[in-house]
Design a protein around this ligand. Structure first.
Ligand code: ADP
Ligand code: MN
Ligand code: MN
Ligand code: MN
Length: 337
């Protein structure tokens, strides 16, 4: 039987790229082949030379359509098969190769906000809900909006074989989180982008949209981040590399902030469980630091660190690549490991 393959890719919109997808009917017995699209409609090519190439990089069973149908995460190539300028995965692949011996792992906490009728889901018309405080990990119809979407999304990620490791309702009303990981450098990006697509697609059936806006509501409301938990083989074995990784990130703090998602200055204010974007800090158990060493990691003297700075709208290929470049580069330069 022929099957449906949903080709998913990242477009060329700036400063924040968007997901696109389209369906191909693939003949029985064939793998999803290389395909193409009109790059002039996705800010990836001029109209006169509009063709771009879709190269499958990660294929999963389609949990929504079922049967033999598949989801096909793609990278975008030029017609000469070189990586397109918007293809951050290809750049990350070079880093994955260069520092592969350090065996980097990532766990990304994707926060997001549901919107309905043009406002955050659960927000009353023309007014404000009760101040935040009871919504985080809440239960009950006065605190929770959109749980049916969250449940369907979690199941879909599991059925697609993604490394989803948990979900929770967040501090702001209508805001939620899911985590992908631990997974390797390219794997975490492939899976997080696919999980984002599944979220948008499932919410669509409920007439709800999910957004990665980093600061959905001004004022005394938490923003949406993508805390990035990171370890190397050495960090999983002893404590000295944990501290060295925190130090390394501090030496390139400005570079990281520039690549951690558009609008990061609005979110990293120093309030609402963030450190100000202008000042780098790290600490054990400190949710007001840029980078947190979880308390169990300090107790066990090994494990991972949590970079709390990335925005919800970050590109996981970019963030993961930068963390590996900075931390593993520092390990090798200083001979700390
Ligand atoms: P928080 O306490 O900050 O809310 P979460 O439980 O939401 O943390 O997310 C932690 C993430 O870190 C999970 O995705 C988990 O799989 C991941 N993780 C656990 N151990 C490691 C490790 N050694 N390296 C990288 N990521 C890890
Ligand atoms: Mn979390
Ligand atoms: Mn969170
Ligand atoms: Mn966290």
């Amino acid at each position: 039987m022929p099957y449906r393959a949903e080709y998913i890719w990242i477009d060329g919109q700036k400063p924040t790229a968007k997901l696109r997808s389209k369906t191909k009917i693939v003949p029985d017995g064939q793998e999803p082949p290389i395909w193409g699209f009109d790059g002039s409609s996705t800010e990836q090519a001029p109209g006169s030379e509009s063709d771009c190439v879709l190269n499958p990089v990660f294929i999963a069973p389609d949990p929504l359509r079922g049967g033999d149908d598949k989801l096909v995460m793609c990278e975008v190539l030029n017609t000469d098969m070189t990586p397109h300028e918007s293809n951050n995965r290809a750049k990350a692949a070079e880093t994955a190769e260069k520092y592969g011996s350090h065996e980097p792992w990532f766990g990304i906490e994707q926060e997001y906000t549901f919107y309905k009728d043009g406002r955050p889901h659960g927000w009353p018309v023309g007014g404000y809900p009760a101040p935040q405080g009871g919504y985080y990990c809440g239960v009950g119809a006065d605190e929770i909006w959109g749980r049916d979407v969250v449940e369907a999304h979690t199941r879909a990620c599991m059925d697609a074989g993604l490394a989803i490791s948990g979900t929770n309702a967040e501090v702001m009303i209508g805001q939620w989180e899911f985590q992908i990981g631990p997974a390797g450098l390219l794997e975490v990006g492939d899976q997080l982008w696919m999980a984002r697509w599944l979220l948008y697609r499932i919410a669509e059936d409920h007439d709800i949209s999910a957004h990665l806006t980093p600061k959905p509501v001004e004022g005394d409301w938490n923003g949406a981040g993508a805390h990035t938990n990171f370890s190397t083989k050495e960090m999983r074995e002893s404590y000295e590399p944990i501290v060295a990784a925190c130090e390394a990130l501090g030496k390139k703090a400005d570079l990281h902030i520039q690549h951690y998602g558009a609008g990061i200055e609005q979110r990293l204010t120093g309030l609402h469980e963030t450190a100000p974007w202008t000042e780098y800090s790290y600490g054990v158990s400190d949710r007001g630091a840029s980078v947190r060493i979880p308390w169990q990691v300090h107790v066990e003297q090994k494990g991972y660190i949590e970079d709390r700075r990335p925005n919800a709208n970050m590109d996981p290929y970019v963030v993961a690549q930068l963390m590996v470049d900075t931390v593993c580069g520092y390990f090798e330069e200083t001979g700390v490991v």
